[in-house]
Ligand binder design. Structure first.
Ligand SMILES: [Zn+2]
Length: 193
């Protein structure tokens, strides 16, 4: 991801931890977030200094004292869960492969070859995932190569298909707004079922 994630690890205090865990139901295997959830994705939301963060990320930072390196994945597939034992760091590639393997997130529905409005073949999507290198920050170059917008590259890498399906017009990653190309929004609306 070329957008830097805001590091909030220095903002963790005992008082904040107390405020955080007061919102968590730790009775089951999955520790469920009892406060507000992100609209369509189901992640818990927790605010620090008026900025909203994904609760499972905050849980990770509280537990490990540092930010996750890349993506933070739920091994339990349960978005509102903040049990640190159910979270693991992963790469973008891994996340997309995992998503394809599990057939979730409407992946093929949106970018599958059979979709008449699809801009990309399955092969091209796989290539993009393989070629993406966060060190090189090459998302804009890939976007050019495949004649798509950088935002679509980020969508693929982040596995944000469901947001698309639900017709969300924008989303944020750690407080950074990610723009969705205007043309693509229209296509997605047409595809909604
Ligand atoms: Zn869990």
């Amino acid at each position: 991801m070329t957008r830097p994630c805001t590091d909030f690890s220095h903002l963790i205090t005992d008082k904040l931890k107390e405020r955080f865990w007061a919102k968590v139901d730790t009775r089951g295997g999955c520790w469920l977030w009892r406060a507000s959830l992100a609209n369509r994705f189901g992640y818990g939301q927790f605010s620090i200094n008026n900025k909203v963060y994904a609760a499972h990320r905050v849980s990770f930072v509280i537990t490990h004292g540092r930010m996750p390196k890349d993506l933070l994945l739920h091994i339990c597939d349960n978005p509102p869960c903040v049990n640190p034992a159910h979270l693991r760091e992963g790469s973008y590639k891994e996340n997309v492969h995992d998503m394809i393997a599990k057939g979730r997130a409407g992946y093929h529905k949106i970018i599958g070859e059979k979709n008449g409005n699809s801009k990309l073949s399955d092969k091209a999507v796989k290539e993009i995932i393989e070629k993406y290198d966060p060190e090189k920050k090459n998302a804009p170059a890939l976007a050019k190569e495949y004649n798509i917008t950088p935002s679509l590259i980020y969508m693929i890498l982040h596995g944000q298909r469901r947001r698309y399906l639900t017709g969300a017009q924008e989303y944020t990653i750690d407080g950074n707004k990610v723009e969705i190309d205007e043309r693509y929004k229209v296509e997605i609306k047409k595809n909604e079922t």
